[in-house]
Each structure stands twice: as structure tokens, then as C-alpha cells.
Design a protein around this ligand. Structure first.
Ligand SMILES: Nc1ncnc2c1ncn2[C@@H]1O[C@H](COP(=O)(O)OP(=O)(O)OP(=O)(O)O)[C@@H](O)[C@H]1O
Ligand SMILES: [Mg+2]
Length: 296
């Protein structure tokens, strides 16, 4: 290769890096008006991460917070479906793409809004990461109190790379199931958060026992309670457990968070506790990060 070719290649690389930097700066600028950002992660898929995300969002919106949800799960974007927003169109304008308005005025953005139905996401490697960076940089959130981010499942390269694009988080919520409560999974989630400088808000144990809708008796389908023990051992907070509740699945099918559709259900009652703990965490964080001069 000639020296000119090498120089041209170097210039192209520099240009690409510059573009990436600009996109990340743009992303951070667009997210800077959001007071609190919380990522929801899990050690593996199918444990209820999206369920926790949408219901936490609904609960905070019910309390009067301005809430947004970023569905950053590129392979299984399910937030629009869980909120009855599938197929909605995203409005775009000069500043970028505007989130879709969901129930309780939730501001929702998902890659799902840009994908034709039934086409799996088959992007690979750098192409995919570039597209995601651009997608994230374009979103016009406006003023929000809380943004909840549903990251792809697992603690591998993909959720890590996506999380690295995002600005600093206030904290991360780890969703887990009684069956996967091995110390390795919790440790992996903790390592993941640490690598990203994200404080851990706590662990939620989902599908922890089944409460019979007829008689109210709790049956331990999987051995529950491990979440609390594991959280204690790992030195992170335990936020609460959510029982297996048929209304959760039924509401998901209907595109309604159970916190809205079935506020009296066993799941909603249990979840209220989780919401309270997250709210306390955010309030404490606000006080701790206030500048010295503002403290009373
Ligand atoms: N507590 C619960 N009781 C009953 N069903 C539940 C409960 N939590 C979640 N589900 C159901 O389990 C399935 C998986 O939940 P969800 O989609 O929230 O998991 P996820 O961790 O986001 O999955 P993925 O890794 O695919 O993104 C859904 O069908 C959901 O309705
Ligand atoms: Mg999900």
C-alpha cells in the first residue's frame, strides 16, 4: 500500500471517530435535561426486565413524575407491545425523533417503531452499533424527571456497548428469578454495573412464588427468597419480590401495565414496595449530589 493510501485510510478512520464522538455528544446533550436515568438489567433473558421497566414507569407516572422509557433491547424490543403502542409512528422534525406518547403520558422510544413488522433484527457487529448510536442520538426527550432504560438481556458485550453510549446513570436495577439466583449471575450483574460506573439501586426477584387468584395461598413454584439472601451477601439492596400472577401475563397481552390495569392485584401490591424503595433512592441521591451551598 502506498503512503498516500495509508494516509487516506487514516483520514477516513479519524473522520469516523470524529462522527462517533459527535453522535455521543449529541446524545448526551439531548439527555442532559433528564433528572434521573435508571437502567434495568438482568443476568439472562426472560426474567421480567421489560415487565419491571414498564410497571416502574407507570407507577412513577401515577405519582406525578414525568417519565420516559427507552427500549434499548434491539433483538427483543417489547416495550411498545407491553404498552399497547405497537405500530405507532414516530414523529420526526429538525431536532430529531420524538418519543411516542403512551398511557399516563409516558414518553416511549423503541427501535421497534422503526422496524417493519415480523422482520427480525439481523444487523451485525459495527453496523449494528453505529445504527444504535445514531438512533439514540436522534431522540428528543425534552424535560423528564425519570428515564427508564430497558437494556438487552445478559451482561455480555452487547448490553455493555449500548450502556457505554449512554450518559452516566443514577443507578441500575437488577431483575432476577429464583431459579437463576446463583452467586455467579448476581456477581456478573454487579461487575457489569461497576464497569460502567453505575451504582446498583438493588435487586428485584421476579416470579417469586405463585399466589392463587381464588384462595390467595402462596405456592413456591421455584424456591423463593434467594434474591434477598444473595443481595445481602453481595452488599447490594434488595428491592422486593414480585409473585407469579396470571394478571401480569394477561395485562401484557392487552398492552396494559398491571400497575394501571390491576392496581389491586398481588403483583401490584408487591410492586408498590419496590417503587417506594426506588423513589427513596432517587430522593437521597438528589440530596447527596446537591452542591454544598444548596444544602441546609
Ligand atoms: N410476575 C409475573 N407473573 C406472571 N408472568 C410474568 C411475570 N413477570 C413476567 N411475566 C411474563 O413473563 C414473560 C417474560 O417477561 P418480560 O418480557 O418482562 O421478560 P424480559 O426479561 O424483558 O425478557 P427478554 O429477555 O426477552 O427481554 C412475559 O410474557 C411476561 O408477561
Ligand atoms: Mg425484555
Amino acid at each position: 500500500m502506498s503512503t498516500t493510501d495509508q494516509e487516506n485510510q487514516l483520514d477516513a478512520k479519524k473522520q469516523k471517530l470524529l462522527e462517533q464522538r459527535q453522535q455521543i455528544d449529541q446524545l448526551h446533550a439531548k439527555m442532559s435535561k433528564i433528572k434521573h436515568k435508571i437502567a434495568v438489567i438482568s443476568g439472562k433473558g426472560g426474567v421480567g426486565k421489560s415487565t419491571v421497566t414498564v410497571n416502574l414507569a407507570a407507577a412513577f407516572a401515577q405519582k406525578g413524575y414525568k417519565v420516559g422509557i427507552l427500549d434499548a433491547d434491539i433483538h427483543g424490543p417489547s416495550v411498545p407491545r407491553l404498552l399497547g403502542l405497537s405500530g405507532k409512528e414516530v414523529k420526526t422534525g429538525p431536532p430529531g425523533a420524538f418519543p411516542v406518547n403512551g398511557p399516563l403520558d409516558l414518553k416511549v422510544m423503541s427501535i421497534d417503531f422503526f422496524l417493519p413488522e415480523s422482520v427480525p433484527t439481523i444487523w451485525r457487529g459495527p453496523l449494528k452499533m453505529g445504527a444504535i448510536r445514531q438512533f439514540l442520538a436522534e431522540i428528543v426527550w425534552g424535560d423528564l424527571d425519570i428515564l427508564l432504560i430497558d437494556l438487552p438481556p445478559g451482561t455480555g458485550d452487547e448490553p455493555l456497548t449500548i450502556a457505554q453510549f449512554l450518559p452516566e446513570m443514577d443507578g441500575v436495577i437488577v431483575v432476577t428469578m429464583p431459579t437463576e439466583l446463583s452467586s455467579t449471575i448476581v456477581k456478573k450483574a454487579i461487575t457489569f454495573a461497576l464497569r460502567l460506573n453505575m451504582p446498583i439501586i438493588g435487586v428485584v426477584e421476579n416470579m417469586s412464588g405463585f399466589i392463587c387468584p381464588h384462595c390467595g395461598t402462596k405456592t413456591e413454584i421455584f424456591q423463593s427468597g434467594g434474591g434477598k439472601k444473595m443481595a445481602e451477601e453481595s452488599g447490594v439492596a434488595f428491592l422486593g419480590s414480585l409473585p407469579i400472577d396470571p394478571t401480569v401475563g394477561a395485562d401484557a397481552q392487552q398492552g396494559k401495565p398491571f400497575m394501571i390495569a390491576h392496581a389491586e392485584s398481588a403483583a401490584a401490591k408487591a410492586f408498590t414496595d419496590v417503587v417506594q424503595k426506588v423513589e427513596t433512592y432517587l430522593k437521597q441521591r438528589e440530596q447527596n449530589t446537591k452542591p454544598e451551598t444548596n444544602r441546609t
